[in-house]
Design a protein around this ligand. Structure first.
Ligand code: NAD
Ligand code: IPM
Ligand code: MN
Length: 355
């Protein structure tokens, strides 16, 4: 076996967290003899500074030629003034589009050791185990927008939300397939009381549901869903939604588990898939060695599971992360008196020792 992984650290804490995840992957490789190799590529503001573009062609080519992509994060205040089409965020948006990564799976499972960190009451956070299936290459993110030079400084701006039936079918089918392997419940989230795109979404989802009699479908408006996530998150199994609603709801769902730093994601397409934590480049803590690497480490586990079909190795990483938490190791975001405070790199070592 030989698997090629493209690693894209990106900006801010990106290097620290991907270094930690690669350390864990190397340890896992030693144990499971996976034959992993790594190619590092630039993207984001770092790439913009070096090459004048946030997403060099060479990066896309390397991703396409690999078995899986491990991505850190991009963005930062430093590039706030950059022309919109060259912003660091265009790197991740471009990769999603060019690799055809239509589905973003964002699992939120509250580890017992972290229940007390949740901003919710322990009885509400305990046992939460849901996955957000976010459509990733359509909707308002990729609709017509007034981005070109011609509209610079103009008095009106727009971003067009649009979805087609095939786009909605593709993502909802994946959500139903996911639910079949879990607790058999799909919640589709939209704003069908106001938006035409949401009405098409709801109609299409109902059609897809007919092919999955064993899965229960319910529909929620996004505002209600935001509230339900705060008052009774354990009711959810699979949440399927569009690009923008999925972005917002997944940050909300993330903190149910105590810190955004621990949530991984898999962006799945028809060919090479990409794995990244759901948080951003955290410029406020970059370079301090205090970022929580667990979201990236768990993203690496998802890479082993979905792209390499190395389930045992993926599970070993997940168990090691759980064990590190159970043994009381904490990065700054989760640190409290009585626990063992560790840096990003030390946390990687603690996880490696438990592989
Ligand atoms: P953020 O997720 O970077 O940070 C939000 C808060 O969470 C900050 O206080 C940060 O310190 C904290 N945080 C995030 N990750 C953490 C970790 N691993 N450990 C400990 N604390 C962590 O969101 P933001 O501040 O809104 O955005 C910063 C930049 O990141 C922006 O340029 C944004 O566009 C970009 N961003 C990129 C991605 C991506 O690359 N996929 C995702 C989200 C945001
Ligand atoms: C995410 C991020 C991205 C998004 C940004 C950086 C483009 O917030 O991955 O959740 O909005 O999708
Ligand atoms: Mn986001």
């Amino acid at each position: 076996m030989a698997y090629k992984i493209t690693v894209i650290p990106g900006d801010g804490i990106g290097k620290e967290i991907t270094d930690a995840a690669v350390k864990v992957l190397k340890k896992t490789d030693e144990k499971f003899q996976l034959g992993l190799s790594y190619t590092y590529k630039d993207a984001g503001g770092t790439a913009y500074d070096k090459f004048g573009t946030p997403l060099p062609d060479d990066t896309v080519v390397a991703c396409k030629a690999s078995d899986g992509v491990l991505f850190g994060a991009v963005g930062g205040d430093k590039w706030d003034g950059v022309e919109p089409s060259l912003r660091p965020e265009k790197a991740i948006l471009g990769l999603r589009k060019q690799l055809g990564l239509y589905a973003n799976l964002r699992p939120v499972k509250v580890a017992d050791a972290l229940v007390e960190y949740s901003p919710l009451k322990p009885e509400l956070a305990k046992g939460v185990d849901l996955v957000i299936v976010r459509e990733l290459i359509g909707g308002i993110y990729f609709g017509d927008k007034c981005e070109s030079e011609q509209y610079k400084g103009s008095e009106r701006a727009w971003d067009l939300e649009n979805y087609s039936v095939p786009e909605v079918e593709r993502i909802t089918k994946l959500a139903f397939e996911t639910a079949k392997l879990r607790r058999g419940k799909v919640t589709s989230v939209d704003k069908a009381n106001v938006l035409a795109t949401s009405r098409l979404w709801r109609r299409t989802t109902a059609e897809v549901a007919k092919g999955y009699p064993e899965v229960a479908l319910n529909n929620l408006y996004v505002d209600n869903c935001a509230m339900q996530l705060a008052i009774r998150p354990a009711q959810f199994d699979v949440i399927v939604t569009g690009n923008l609603f999925g972005d917002i709801l997944s940050d909300e769902a993330a903190v149910v588990g105590g810190s955004i730093g621990i949530l991984p994601s898999a962006s799945i397409g028809t060919d090479t898939s990409l794995y990244e934590p759901i948080h951003g480049s955290a410029p406020d803590i970059a370079g301090k060695g205090i970022a929580n690497p667990m979201g990236t480490v768990l993203s690496a586990a998802m890479l082993l599971r979905y792209s390499l079909h190395e389930e045992a190795a993926a599970k070993a990483i997940e168990a090691a992360v759980d064990q590190a938490l159970a043994d009381g190791y904490r990065t700054a975001d989760l640190y409290k008196d009585g626990f063992q405070r560790v840096s990003t790199d030390e946390m990687a070592d603690v996880i490696c020792e438990r592989i």
